[in-house]
Design a protein around this ligand. Structure first.
Ligand code: SDX
Length: 392
């Protein structure tokens, strides 16, 4: 017995690892972080609280949260020389290409937090990554639109600081909109961690070799970029825009069901959830709230809700247990806030960094952990002798 759950030895024989961070029941549509349901965390806590919870195992008391938040905000600035690093990219470089490059380069600037055998250095690296990702992502956006970088303003909240660095300009004061700030924080919470998904498994595998934490997170960013994974939020909004209006939904539903058509309903289906992704429910509610409070009417949101209703009644999706996932509605909110679709996956990476570093720390601090070595089923030719070139 581990806590309230029966520990099924049969399951561990196929599991890639043991972890106490996040629990998912794909059939029931349950997602818990250290035992707390995602909908309660999204509605009642802050992203800083969830970061503390994932890293330390318990919700923080007020003084613990204040100390943790102070620590994170003191790491938000980026080494000034890294700003020149951005100038090596083309202006139209995808923000995820920039994130991969800049995060991978961090170990060249923060040598004093790359010794993975030192628990203090591991935690400093974790705090640095959580703190600097908003700065790195905002700078990627600023560079893409040809605007000057803004330094962090540590008097603001984590999400407020990020919004100001992204949408503020030196020429005028920036007022953080509390509606947008709260939505941003909730979106970060919904993306914080998700058990052993592809990018987290990438971070763990890279970390198992002893690679420094910055390189491991860069590997996770690269994996998350794929349209089947974190890239789905960008693909889902592009798909909704391509559909354009409710009358065209049946055509795309038919394409998604056609085995000869590679088209997939982006933001639908999941490797684990065979029920509604609990994050998608919160995301849809948040989309409603944000559009209403911002007075934004986006026909894309109507298309999304209509598409969901039709798909959930369609035999193909019902039989294959395909439901909206976290990526289906997130783009509607991010677009309403003002982010270009190219930034959506960068925001996913920003939020997932806490999950990646928490999972990495959990693995690295296990004295029994060994280098990962997935096995294969060999399907090639049996042994044979070399044939000289003139006899082939
Ligand atoms: C994330 O793992 C995580 O936890 C990831 C994540 C996280 O937080 O880290 O939750 C984030 O990556 C969410 C998923 C985002 N991706 C998308 O929305 C892309 C669109 N969805 C798919 O491409 C797909 O659903 C996957 C990749 C997510 C899962 O693919 P699988 O493993 O093939 O899904 P499945 O086994 O449940 O599929 C069952 C059937 C298959 O058809 P058959 O082979 O049985 O004939 O349903 C089909 C699939 O081809 N199918 C779809 C579909 N998803 C699956 N058909 C149409 N549209 C879809 N979206």
């Amino acid at each position: 017995q581990t806590g309230a759950f029966t520990y099924d030895p049969g399951f561990t024989s196929t599991a890639s690892c043991e972890s106490g961070l996040t629990y998912i029941d794909g059939d029931q549509g349950i997602l818990l972080h250290r035992g707390y349901p995602i909908d309660q965390l999204a509605e009642k806590s802050s992203f800083m609280e969830v970061c503390y919870l994932l890293l330390n195992g318990e919700l923080p008391k007020k003084d613990e949260l204040d100390k943790f938040t102070y620590t994170i905000t003191r790491h938000t600035m980026l080494h000034e020389q890294l700003a020149t690093f951005y100038r090596g990219f083309r202006r139209d470089a995808h923000p995820m290409a920039v994130m991969c490059g800049v995060v991978g380069a961090l170990s060249a600037f923060y040598h004093d937090s790359t010794d993975i055998t030192d628990p203090h250095q591991r935690m400093v690296a974790s705090h640095r990554l959580i703190a600097k990702m908003p700065t790195i992502a905002a700078m990627a956006y600023k560079y893409s639109v040809g605007q000057p970088f803004l330094y962090p303003d540590n008097s603001l909240s984590y999400s407020g600081n990020f919004l100001r660095m992204t949408f503020g300009v030196p020429a005028e004061p920036y007022q953080v909109d509390p509606v947008v700030e709260a939505a941003m924080d909730k979106i970060f919470i919904l993306h914080a961690d998700h058990e052993q998904n592809a990018s987290t498994s990438t971070v763990r595998l890279a970390g198992s070799s002893g690679a420094n934490p910055f390189a491991c997170i860069a590997a996770g960013i690269a994996c998350l970029w794929g349209p089947a994974h974190g890239g789905a939020n960008e693909a889902a909004l592009n798909m909704l825009r391509e559909i354009g209006r409710p009358e065209k939904i049946p055509e795309y539903i038919a394409r998604a069901k056609d085995k000869n058509d590679p088209f997939r309903l982006m933001g639908f289906g999941h490797r684990v959830y065979k029920n509604y992704d609990p994050r998608a429910k919160v995301m849809q509610k948040t989309a409603n709230e944000v559009l209403e409070k911002l007075g934004v009417t986006d026909p894309i949101f109507d298309v999304a809700r209509e598409l969901e209703q039709i798909a959930l009644k369609d035999d193909y999706f019902v039989e294959k247990k395909l439901y909206p996932n976290v990526d289906f509605y997130s783009g509607v909110i991010l677009s309403a806030i003002g982010f270009p679709t190219s930034m959506f996956t960068a925001l996913f990476a920003l939020a997932r960094t806490v999950g990646w570093v928490a999972q990495w720390n959990e693995m690295i601090s296990d004295p029994e952990q060994k280098i990962g070595r997935p096995r294969q089923l060999y399907t090639g030719p049996s042994q044979r002798d070399y044939v000289p070139l003139d006899q082939r």
